[in-house]
Design a binder for this molecule. Structure first.
Ligand SMILES: [Zn+2]
Length: 289
């Protein structure tokens, strides 16, 4: 399923992320459970449909979604010009001291720009990020423009080697994901979807089997933005604009620490894609296609 050119790009991006993880920090935990009937607290959220998921594989093996497939689903929207911008809110379990000393793993300006530009988006948040920035996690997770997905609690590797990230033991994988969902719940986030992005995008068959109890759909991507540690917003924007096709899923970041040019890139990407006829959707809508 993974084309080689694509794999190369993914590898490059992951490499960048991991360099960051070692020096600055793309690592975080995540976990939680999808919004269910219990979310009907006050104030009542807008009517929420159950987020679509991909059917598990044999023995409950975690399914992997990469982009809206050509050929489409029941409604066959495959040729529709939709694109999902996704943002990884990265902070590792080991970066608390750095946050305490002033390093910013959040990016409120990016969230504000997404709101101003009215771009529905999916934020893949680590549990550690939600613990560090609970007010922001709640604000994102109660804004219907956004949905929060799981990027693990620890942002450790679910398969190795993964650019030097410490490994999560197989027996701990589902628990790590659940711990992130719990952090989202504790922060008060409600718009939480049962999607999971592997730290560094690293996974193997064992990880997919080990995560079966977490009941998540793994979400990869087909367009690498190259925003990790980038300082040239125009270059990031160009890479995204060159890569997007109908049904694409773009990976970017929501952390000033490791992706300082993302907001500026988004301000360029969004109007240009709209000019080309694209509509922005969350991963949950992309998955419906
Ligand atoms: Zn990450």
């Amino acid at each position: 399923m993974i084309r080689s050119s694509w794999k190369t790009a993914v590898t490059a991006a992951v490499g960048a992320l991991l360099v960051g993880a070692a020096s600055a920090g793309c690592a975080g935990p995540g976990g939680g459970s999808p919004a269910g009937p219990a979310a009907a607290a006050s104030p009542p959220p807008p009517v929420q449909r159950k987020p679509p998921t991909v059917a598990p594989g044999p023995a409950g093996r975690t399914p992997v979604f990469e982009r809206r497939p050509a050929g489409g689903g029941p409604a066959d929207h495959s040729a529709e010009r939709v694109v999902a911008l996704t943002f990884d809110a990265d902070m590792t379990a080991g970066q608390g001291a750095r946050a305490a000393s002033g390093e910013r793993f959040d990016n409120p300006g990016l969230i504000a720009s997404l709101r101003r530009l009215k771009v529905p988006s999916t934020i893949f948040m680590t549990g550690r990020w939600a613990e560090e920035y609970p007010a922001q996690a709640k604000a994102i997770g109660t804004d219907p423009l956004f949905e929060i997905a799981n990027h693990s609690y620890s942002h450790y590797a679910f398969s190795t080697p993964c650019y030097g990230l410490p490994a999560v033991q197989e027996a701990e994988m589902a628990r790590d994901v659940e711990q992130a969902f719990a952090a989202f719940r504790k922060a008060g986030a409600r718009n939480v979807v049962p999607y999971f992005r592997f730290p560094g995008g690293c996974y193997d068959e064992s990880a997919l089997r080990a995560l079966a109890p977490a009941n998540v759909t793994a979400v990869q991507w087909d367009v690498v933005s190259g925003d990790a540690f980038a300082t040239d917003a125009d270059a990031v924007a160009e890479q995204v604009l060159d890569g997007v096709r109908p049904g694409s899923l773009v990976v970017m970041h929501c952390t000033r620490s490791a992706a300082p040019a993302t907001e500026a890139a988004v301000r360029r990407i969004v109007p240009e894609l709209r000019k080309r006829g694209y509509r922005f959707v969350k991963v949950s809508e992309l998955m419906e296609g």
